[in-house]
Ligand binder design. Structure first.
Ligand SMILES: [Zn+2]
Ligand SMILES: [Zn+2]
Length: 644
């Protein structure tokens, strides 16, 4: 008999050789129908793998990330089989599951695959799936494996890097592939497939190596799931921040200025300024001081900070001056500059914490292929701040920073998020800088702060940076995609490297603890995220223009101006559309521009001293006086924008 521990802590006895699927059946038939993958003692196993020792078993269904991974990994095998059958001579390389679906990199030789082939590939995949073929793992000796792939240099390279005795293949139907395992029971569970796209990809990501074709696909256990996914993709396309940024005239790029260097248009700049002012006001209340530092720094500064070693290769080339041996770098991070500001004064424990904030623009060289709209750029502005405190103050400072991050999320409509606390790997103490008791204190401070604030968080052991533990937020946007946002990082490294000190109550000199934090991350990426989350319908307090006044004709120009003045008295941001156009056209354009409210003005409105209010999306609120309209806006603002 062996003893299997289940996630709820219960222990069950089974005959040796029991499979995860047998265990599922012993729990319930319903579970057995839905189980598609399993982990035994933390390692992926097949649902048909015989278990021979005591251990803990987790069973996964489609609802779990692990279940999806097995599903998509197995689907990649089906895709590979379909491609091999449809395109004889195609050489398979690697094909993993990814966050949404899977891909396979293939050398098609002279053949090219395009969108018109997708349907044929899908049909072939479904035909294979319907065969309900079991996925079966087997061990293969290295010599045999190499012989099997003697015509495929890619697989040969993979196999050559594996040790004899560890090589496994997976068979299903008439197809076989080099594979480490982790499959669903059989192909019949795959009910819906879609080939999404093809792209070029270099073997092993190396541009000096052969170019392959990457075929992306996704699959589901139900047709309905695929339909929903495709709808979501359609919506994501509509909400693509690059498209919305253009339509709403927020930002642009110029080949002449350079790739990855965004140019903010007036409306985008106004939006950014509003975001900055919003955070500045909260930071002021939280006791931060604003500082300003230059865009470049001496190379030596970044050698001291360690950033040169880290970003040296990726960073921009040094800026040389007529002086020999003098070199500056575009700053990749604001932290070193802030450390030098801290060093400008002598501090006592009574002065701490010190909190320096800056909307600091930093530059990092990204490969042109990596650039993407505002999310991957070469120059971006961080809403950066660095806090310097005593180890005893860390607890409170961390909680206060969490409050600030949650305040930002609340005001911008991100209400679906989780958190992750990254701590040391206690097995590898040499990997980390700083003394152990301080690390313990900091990790405990973060965990306490996270639970005190009622965050839904997990603790990831071994995920801390070498210089300190951290807390990350994972925000889910309106389309269900996850973004990392609002990292709060403890740092023992920079205070050491810059020899930062304060005088303690014992009159000795001590090292402060440093906290890095940026609730938005960067203005560029945050605006991109906000655009895709809201589809451009930002919370009204943030809208550069909240109201568009649409006059029925030029006759009402004077009255429109009067309305505009009244709105300005209420600090409502409005514009007038005076053009000699039909009201229908004006409304359509205002809808496109996503103005939250439109005020329509004609004879009736002027005679009664009122406006007709139309909400974005078409809701008609009727005629009212400006005071009543202002009250509606103020109430709507109050719903999201609370005071900090
Ligand atoms: Zn596999
Ligand atoms: Zn920093």
């Amino acid at each position: 008999m062996i003893h299997i521990t289940l996630p709820d802590g219960s222990v069950k006895a089974f005959d040796q050789g029991v499979t995860p699927m047998d265990v599922a059946k012993s729990i319930s038939e319903g579970l057995a129908r839905n189980v598609i993958s399993a982990k035994f003692n933390g390692t992926k196993v097949e649902t048909v793998t015989p278990l021979t020792t005591d251990g803990s078993l987790v069973l996964y269904t489609w609802k779990d990330d692990e279940g999806k991974e097995a599903f998509w990994h197995s689907s990649a095998h089906v895709l590979a089989q379909a491609l091999e059958e449809l395109y004889p001579g195609a050489k398979l390389t690697i094909g993993p599951a990814i966050e949404n679906g899977f891909y396979y990199d293939v050398d098609f030789g002279a053949h090219t695959i395009s969108e018109k082939d997708f349907k044929t590939i899908e049909d072939k995949m479904l035909e294979i799936a319907r065969g309900k073929h079991d996925f079966k793992m087997r061990s293969v000796g290295k010599a045999e494996a190499l012989d099997l792939y003697k015509d495929n240099a890619f697989k040969t390279e993979l196999i050559e890097n594996l040790e004899d005795g560890t090589i496994t293949f997976c068979d299903h139907s008439t197809f076989t592939d080099l594979c480490r395992g982790g499959h669903i029971p059989n192909t019949g569970i795959i009910k819906a497939v879609k080939v999404l796209s093809v792209a070029g990809a270099y073997w092993r990501g190396d541009e000096n190596k052969p170019q392959l074709t990457r075929v992306y696909g996704i699959s589901f256990p139900k047709q309905k799931d695929l339909t929903e996914y495709l709808e979501l993709l359609e919506e994501a396309k509509k909400r693509d921040h690059r498209k919305l940024g253009k339509e709403l005239e927020l930002f642009t790029f110029s080949q002449k200025v350079g790739q990855g260097l965004p140019l903010w248009l007036p409306k985008g700049a106004a939006l950014r300024e509003r975001l900055e002012n919003f955070l500045k006001a909260a930071q002021k209340k939280a006791g931060y001081d604003m500082v300003v530092t230059p865009h470049i720094g001496q190379k030596e500064l970044y050698v001291t900070s360690g950033h040169f070693a880290k970003y040296g290769e990726d960073s921009f080339q040094p800026i040389h001056t007529p002086k020999e041996d003098e070199a500056f770098l575009l700053k990749p991070m604001n932290c070193p500059h802030h450390c030098e500001i801290y060093k400008n004064s002598q501090w006592s424990y009574k002065d701490l914490p010190i909190r320096y904030a800056e909307f600091g623009t930093v530059y990092r060289y990204e490969q042109s292929g990596e650039l993407h709209g505002l999310t991957r750029v070469r120059g971006f502005t961080q809403d950066d701040a660095h806090l310097f405190c005593t180890p005893d103050q860390l607890d409170k400072e961390f909680k206060d920073v969490i409050d600030l991050v949650l305040y930002v999320f609340g005001a911008l409509g991100f209400d679906n998020f989780t958190a992750q606390v990254s701590v040391r790997d206690p097995e590898n103490p040499d990997k980390y800088i700083g003394d152990v008791s301080n690390w313990e204190k900091a990790e405990q401070a973060i965990i306490n702060a996270a639970s005190d604030k009622g965050l839904d968080f997990i603790i990831e052991t071994g995920e801390a940076a070498f210089y300190g533990p951290k807390l990350d937020f994972m925000v889910k946007d309106a389309l269900g995609r996850r973004w990392q946002l609002g990292t709060i990082q403890v740092d023992y490294n920079l205070p050491e490297r810059f020899d930062l000190t304060y005088k303690g109550s014992d009159n000795d000199m001590h090292r402060p603890v440093m906290i890095h934090r940026a609730p938005f991350g960067s203005m560029e990426r945050f605006v991109a995220l906000l655009l895709e989350h809201t589809g451009g319908n930002f919370p009204i307090w943030l809208m550069p223009v909240q109201v568009k006044i649409l006059s029925l004709s030029e006759k009402y120009e004077k009255y429109a101006e009067k309305v505009l003045n009244l709105l300005e008295n209420h600090e409502i941001r409005a514009l007038v559309d005076h053009r000699n156009e039909t009201i229908g056209k004006k409304i359509r354009e205002a809808e496109m521009q996503k103005y939250p409210y439109m005020l329509i003005i004609g004879e009736q409105e002027e005679n009664q001293g009122k406006v007709t209010v139309r909400k974005h999306g078409g809701e008609d609120l009727g005629m009212m006086v400006i005071e009543d309209f202002a009250a509606i806006i103020e109430e709507e603002i109050g719903k999201t924008l609370k005071s900090f």
